[in-house]
Design a protein around this ligand. Structure first.
Ligand code: BGC
Length: 750
């Protein structure tokens, strides 16, 4: 009897829950098709219909719901957002760019590979390799049920303090654009859409959601829009993310000039534009401007748009444009196609690729006979970064890999590490941080406040110098979304404790004729001039991803011959930076709470500034040493119609196998428009060349790519005259020069 009652009660309770669920579903999502399960899509019939057919039978409510998303995503934990399932299954969007950012839930088994950050990818100067990384990330997205990947970041390194520079490739628009295009091709070859972001001029984090970026049209087109133009034209991304900031007075997400005239009419973009998360202040203006998808959206925004259409503030035709574009992209998506994702991407293969990508992005900044170290030699390793090694940056660019190989773990594989010293650092970090924090550093988004680094006395350092062959000092810097780096000790400058440590180590090791090597595990340039003389070698490994330690160790012992080159200048000091001239230029005014930032330096960003105005950097754009030496020979420059063909030979004249990044800069003649001293126009990384081997490099530069934007006439202009071709190993190590002539001015419309 009692059992009978309890069954009846349970049945009644189940019925009540079911009824409540039905009611809830009806009230909250009666517009939508049933939510697709993780394993496929519902409504097989809808799969066959074309976007136009689907669109014809849609109600106004459905249309409005399609242009507003929600977030975070419901289907994939940790994914940033999702479109609403209206006639077509929802599309899941998830962040990058250093790997797929999802939660490692499901017994912590949903790991994603942490690849090197984009600045390090750009340091490889190897688009083929970056395309492979893109492909691997695309495969992970696909196998975890993600339709659209929210990367790469294509903003410009305007100055070293932007907190998200690590998510961006370079200070140069060509290098940024070529790398971004390769990355997007890779992601999309896996069947997942890519979303270059943040369109445009979102080059600082301070007040990013309200700041008005004031920039000339010339600088905008030549520097900030250019990489987006390259990626749109060369790789056809499915989506573009509009930026938070205003551009010359208008929110990017509400700028018709930007999102429709430039992006679609001039460049032929055919995908969807989505807003950054919560960007802008007027959804009606967003749709009118061509910002098709409002992310993450809310029911209030749906209601606001519905009302706007009913009141005639937004025409149905304007709404329809965006609806059709979203349907078109949705139709290509994995969810629409019912892809059965496995939750099992090939993480082992991708770990190997993360290693290879980082290996090619290591930049050797200084080497006075210190490196490579003999394998098995005794090393004293200083600095907490050996234990709390940084794989990537903070914020939406974070990743959750299964493991991170710390620098200490990597070094132990190749060298005889002084365990007394390293275990002192291990204990110290554990005591200060706690085990949980250290675990989180790999999985979650914990911010490691810098710790004092000089935990050993000079007497102890003397002892370590006595019994080891070399010293390694690890310096770390992290940054992230939402704040800019600080122009202070411990960030742009060495902290006092780092300085003291380096001084002590230098004194004691050099007194015994033993080298000191600095390893920079950093998010962006730091000041180096005041201390670099204290060390014999500097190895820059940026934020190298999960295989960090293996890469550092292999580069130190020469299993990896460094072949990375700087994609961004290391200035001697902050006042040398073109954006540092006044608070108006960075961080903007009023300085306590900036609302407007003026790009005072115009087109003179990075090396364009340092080279034109004779300011010497610490390490120039394109710089990077190798354990071998390369010679450049036999340059030919030939103008054939609309192209300039540049050909030369690179020979390995040293004693290690290695790869070289050959760079081609062009110097324009004096004419109507001011021009930078020189601009990068082509580059090529050689294959691995054995000692004595050479490679003939052939590159073509389109004459149109020499143009500058002439604001007075609103046209691109290539001025006639004699141009110099400058071929070399960096922007300041030019080995060969040649010339070609442009007979007449060439003008063309954007
Ligand atoms: C970031 C974007 C990111 C989005 C979703 C925003 O705060 O600026 O880069 O894609 O959040 O996580």
């Amino acid at each position: 009897m009692r059992r009978g009652w309890s069954i009846a009660l349970a049945a009644a309770a189940a019925l009540a829950v079911f009824a409540a669920w039905l009611l809830h579903t009806y009230c909250t999502s009666s517009l939508y098709t049933s939510r697709p399960s993780g394993k496929g899509v519902t409504g097989a019939g809808t799969r066959e219909a074309s976007p136009e057919e689907l669109f014809k039978s849609m109600t106004l409510e459905e249309k409005v719901s399609l242009v507003v998303g929600w977030g975070p995503a419901r289907r994939v934990p940790g994914a940033a957002g999702e479109t609403r399932p209206v006639r077509v299954p929802s599309m899941v969007t998830a962040d990058g760019p250093s790997g797929l950012r999802i939660e490692p839930t499901r017994e912590r088994r949903w790991y994603a590979t942490a690849f090197p950050v984009p600045t390090m990818l750009a340091s490889t100067w190897n688009p083929g390799l970056v395309e492979k990384v893109g492909r691997a990330i695309g495969e992970e997205a696909r196998e975890y049920g993600v339709d659209i990947f929210l990367a790469p970041g294509v903003n410009i390194h305007r100055h070293p303090l932007c907190g998200r520079n690590f998510e961006y490739f370079s200070e140069d628009p060509l290098l940024s654009g070529v790398m971004a295009a390769a990355y997007v091709r890779g992601v999309q070859s896996a069947g997942v859409g890519a979303t270059p972001k943040h369109f445009v001029a979102n080059d600082q984090e301070t007040n990013r959601v309200v700041i008005d970026t004031v920039v000339s049209e010339r600088a905008l087109r030549e520097i900030y829009l250019k990489p987006f133009e390259i990626v749109v034209k060369e790789a056809k991304p499915w989506a573009i993310m509009s930026a938070y900031n205003k551009l010359n007075g208008k929110y990017c997400s509400q700028s018709e000039w930007l999102l429709t005239k430039v992006l679609r009419e001039e460049w032929g973009f055919e995908g969807i534009v989505m807003s950054d998360w919560g960007a802008g202040d007027n959804p009606v203006e967003q749709i009118k401007a061509g910002n098709d998808l409002i992310m993450p959206g809310s029911d209030q925004i749906v209601a606001r748009l519905l009302d706007a259409v009913k009141r005639g503030e937004l025409s149905e035709a304007e709404l329809d444009r965006s609806v059709l574009r979203i349907l078109e992209v949705a139709r290509r998506s994995l969810s629409y196609r019912g892809y059965k994702y496995s939750n099992q991407p090939d993480l082992e293969a991708h770990a190997q690729l993360a290693y290879e990508a980082a290996a090619e992005g290591v930049v050797l900044l200084k080497n006075e006979g210190a490196l490579p170290l003999r394998e098995g030699s005794r090393v004293a390793v200083f600095g907490t970064g050996q234990v709390e090694t940084l794989k990537g940056g903070m914020g939406s660019g974070h990743t959750h890999p299964k493991r991170v190989v710390t620098i200490l773990e990597g070094l132990r594989e190749r060298l005889r590490v002084d365990e007394e010293l390293s275990s002192a650092y291990e204990r110290y970090v554990l005591e200060k941080r706690g085990r949980e924090f250290l675990e989180k550093l790999y999985y979650d988004e914990a911010y490691p406040e810098p710790l004092p680094q000089d935990i050993v006395s000079e007497e102890q350092v003397a002892k370590f110098a006595e019994r080891n062959d070399a010293a390694i000092v690890v310096i770390t810097r992290i940054s992230g979304e939402g704040w800019d780096r600080r122009l202070e000790k411990g960030d742009f400058y060495l902290s006092d404790s780092e300085r003291r440590l380096i001084e002590m180590v230098s004194r004691q090791f050099r007194a015994r004729g033993k080298p000191v090597v600095a390893v920079l595990n950093i998010c962006g340039p730091i000041e180096v001039v005041s201390w670099r003389d204290l060390v014999d070698a500097i190895l820059l490994v940026w934020l190298p991803g999960q295989e960090a330690g293996r890469v550092v160790a292999d580069a130190l012992v020469g299993r990896i011959n460094p072949s990375g080159k700087l994609p961004t200048t290391f200035p001697k000091d902050w006042p040398d930076v073109p954006a540092a001239k006044s608070p108006e230029c960075y961080p903007g005014v009023p300085p306590e709470n900036p609302r407007t930032v003026k790009y005072c330096e115009g087109i003179y960003v990075g090396y364009r500034y340092y080279d034109t105005f004779g300011v010497e950097p610490a390490y120039e754009f394109g710089f990077g040493l190798s354990y071998t030496k390369f010679e450049y020979r036999n340059l030919t420059v030939e103008k054939a119609g609309d192209e300039v063909r540049v050909s030369f030979e690179v020979v390995n004249v040293g004693s290690y196998p290695g790869k070289e990044v050959a760079q081609v800069y062009v110097r324009a003649p004096r004419g109507k428009l001011d021009k930078p001293f020189q601009e990068l126009k082509a580059f090529k990384k050689t294959r691995l060349l054995k000692p004595g081997e050479s490679e003939r490099i052939e590159l073509a530069i389109s004459v149109e790519d020499l143009a500058s934007f002439d604001e007075s006439e609103g046209v691109w202009l290539v001025e006639k005259g004699v141009y110099e071709v400058r071929v070399g190993a960096s922007s300041r190590d030019v080995r060969l020069t040649g010339t070609f002539t442009v007979e007449n001015d060439i003008k063309f419309k954007p």
